[in-house]
Design a protein around this ligand. Structure first.
Ligand code: GDP
Length: 432
């Protein structure tokens, strides 16, 4: 998907503009204590076109000093965005910092759309017009708080997206879409090279002036698979700041397009928090998951033993994911990815017939009824699976079901119907 980055000095209203673009469907969460928020990019659409919008506000923290922070933002935006929205506070006017960023942006050759924010009424239009002086073309007056002008701004943004990136929505039927994910240095590009090797069938010529080829079609097990967003894997990003930010963005953008993720973990190193975060992103995105433990060639007996314990302890949330132990270097067991991908996708696509679901639920509940609470016992009245990819179940109950009981039901659903490699969502609606 095209990536639109929103850049600007602190307090010019970047986050509120991002929220406005998202239509508040998915508010940008500022730091919430106790919750590891890794989200930097959000799927959005305008006039039927989908794109990712990136709030750069989050990762300016590491650099010291205002100019350095804004420059770091601009640097990352230039690396990864297809279109940059540069936000200026029209009530303040262009500052020296703004002008410095403009020079950076112009040198990059990326399309830039200038948003003159905080133009809440007619009188502000004159302030916006002053920003012609920045040399970025027409300033689009917006009020991200009131919503004024955001439609015109988005029209201009969409017009600036390189043509080639917009055609990228059509997916060939029958070809499954795979995201290859993992923290830096786990061996993603090595694996991609090994998998494509000389067998690479097609390279999508979606390379624009700004980005490398987006997807690659790889033949595995006699079939073609679309590896999405491989540009982000092959491209080496050399930068001091924003590396984590970049990695998160790539993960999220790739997950938007993919059906299944292969998450690589470096088996020769201790499991890192970042590994767990990538895996969590896959589950949160509702995509099928295959775990690949890489660099198996480096593991001695002792490390293998320890690794098993580590995986068991740290990855309890995804005990359902199929796992392959591979070496991207030697090619060991790479062919085992195919059955793992197949089973994960099959689970992801599964629809349980309503009759079968309800006879199963009846049986489970008869064997293990919900505990009685305050003299009452909630009953499950009916269950249905309204959607697949991943399977989602809705249970109608006569009262609130305890979390422990909901987990029990999910576990039993998995035991009964499989779902190896796919997240499963179970929600409960209470009917009096
Ligand atoms: P990426 O950042 O995830 O794309 O990781 P790279 O593919 O660049 O790999 C990082 C380093 O690990 C490189 O030096 C690779 O040669 C090495 N590497 C990758 N896979 C393996 C493997 O299976 N075994 C060994 N021994 N080294 C590997």
């Amino acid at each position: 998907l095209p990536v639109v980055a929103v850049v600007g000095r602190p307090n010019v209203g970047k986050s509120s503009l991002v929220n406005r673009i998202l239509g508040r469907r998915e508010a940008v969460v500022q730091d919430v204590p106790g919750i590891t928020r890794d989200r930097v990019a959000y799927p959005a659409d305008w006039a039927g076109r989908r794109f990712m919008v990136v709030d750069t506000g989050g990762w300016e923290k590491d650099a010291a000093g205002l100019d350095a922070r804004v420059a770091a933002q601009a640097e990352v935006a230039v690396q990864l965005a297809d279109v940059v929205v540069f936000v200026v506070d029209a009530t303040v006017g262009a500052t020296g910092t703004d002008e410095a960023v403009v020079r950076l942006l112009r040198r990059s050759g990326k399309p830039v759309v200038l948003a003159a924010n905080k133009v809440d009424d007619q009188r502000g239009e004159a302030d916006a017009a002053m920003l012609w002086s920045l040399g970025l073309g027409e300033p689009y007056p917006v009020s991200s708080v009131h919503g004024r002008g955001s439609g015109d701004l988005l029209d201009a943004v969409m017009a600036a997206v390189p043509e080639k990136l917009l055609g990228d929505e059509e997916h060939a039927p029958g070809m499954r879409r795979v995201a290859l994910l993992g923290r830096p240095n786990v061996g993603k590009s090595s694996m991609l090279n090994k998998l494509t090797g000389s067998d690479r069938v097609v390279v999508d010529a979606t390379a624009g002036t700004t980005r490398d080829p987006v997807d690659e079609v790889v033949e595995l097990g006699g079939r073609e698979w679309r590896f999405v967003d491989t540009a982000g894997i092959r491209r080496r990003v050399h930068q001091t700041s924003g590396a984590d930010f970049y990695a998160s963005l790539r993960t999220q953008a790739a997950l938007e397009k993919a059906e299944v993720a292969v998450v690589l973990v470096d088996g020769s190193e201790p499991l890192a928090e970042q590994d767990v975060r990538v895996i969590t992103s896959v589950v949160e995105a509702g995509r099928a998951l295959v775990l690949a433990i890489n660099k198996w060639d480096l593991l001695d007996e002792e490390r293998r033993h320890y690794l098993e314990r580590e995986l068991e302890k740290e990855l309890v949330q995804v005990t359902w994911a199929p796992r392959v132990n591979v070496s991207a270097l030697t090619g060991r067991h790479l062919e085992r990815l195919v059955p793992a991908l197949d089973v994960a996708l099959e689970s992801w696509d599964t629809r349980v017939p309503t009759g079968r679901l309800n006879s199963f639920l009846g049986q489970v509940v008869a064997e293990h009824p919900h505990p009685v609470r305050g003299g009452k016992q909630p009953r499950i009245l009916f269950g249905t699976q309204p959607s697949t990819q991943p399977p989602r179940f809705v249970l109608f109950a006569s009262g609130f079901l305890e979390a422990g009981y909901r987990r029990f039901l999910e576990r039993r659903l998995r035991e009964e119907f499989g779902f190896t490699g796919s997240p499963v969502e179970v929600s409960v609606r209470v009917r009096e």
